[in-house]
Design a protein around this ligand. Structure first.
Ligand code: TMP
Length: 210
């Protein structure tokens, strides 16, 4: 395994659509930067020009669920090699809006893609480059639906995933919670039904610990 010292911190943010994750990700990045930390805020699928092109396909084209998983990992490989590993090697904090847990939750639990196949791809694509901390922004499926409907009414275009059923989002949420239960040391579950100020206060405490 390559030595990446000085090693930065690899932190991911996860949750079903409408959990408020991306807004909180920006806030956390600003808070850490204000404390003088070098932060690379990035996202998946995406984070590189090739990854962002793959994202367009993933969010808007019809494809089999297996193809979806394979493209997630293709974009991820570009991201790990070109952005995440170099940033960690520099000693930066990488704040990544979604990573492989999303593939287990969405493609695995949501769409029924083989978890063994996802395990194998994860091993191939990023080996031991795993997040040390994962913030799981948790909301029930109904809350997610209501928030997405409000965003949609305000003019936000819906992507393929956001058009999924409530049952799908419940499966994805349960997939995330099941993963969190198997790795309680890595996951921190954040109740994202609370007012934004309360969630931010919790993120402030997390930033202090970092
Ligand atoms: P975002 O809206 O949080 O940027 O994510 C885009 C969509 O991609 C979101 O609906 C979840 C989905 N997704 C997966 O299905 N599998 C994955 O591995 C990742 C990273 C995202």
């Amino acid at each position: 395994m390559p030595d990446h010292s000085p090693r930065g911190r690899f932190i991911t943010l996860e949750g079903i659509d409408g959990a408020g994750k991306s807004t909180h990700a920006r806030f956390l990045a600003e808070m850490l930067a204000a404390r003088g930390r070098r932060v690379v805020a990035t996202r998946e699928p995406g984070g590189t020009s090739t990854g962002e092109a793959i994202r367009e396909w993933l969010l808007h084209r019809t494809m089999t669920h297996d193809t979806e998983a394979l493209l997630m990992f293709a974009a991820r490989r570009e991201h790990v090699v070109n952005v995440i590993e170099p940033a960690l090697a520099r000693g930066d904090i990488v704040l990544c809006d979604r990573f492989t847990d999303a593939t287990y939750a969405y493609q695995g639990s949501g769409h029924g893609v083989s978890l063994a196949m996802i395990d194998a791809l994860a091993q191939w694509v990023h080996g031991h480059c795993d997040p040390e901390l994962t913030l799981l922004f948790d909301v029930p499926g109904e809350v997610s639906r209501e928030r997405l409907a409000r965003m949609h009414a305000k003019g936000k275009a819906q992507d393929k995933f956001e058009r999924e059923t409530l049952a799908f989002f419940e499966r994805v949420r349960n997939g995330y919670l099941a993963r969190a239960a198997t790795e309680p040391g890595r996951f921190r579950i954040i109740d994202s039904t609370r007012p934004v100020a309360d969630v931010r206060a919790e993120l402030g405490r997390i930033a202090e610990q970092l």
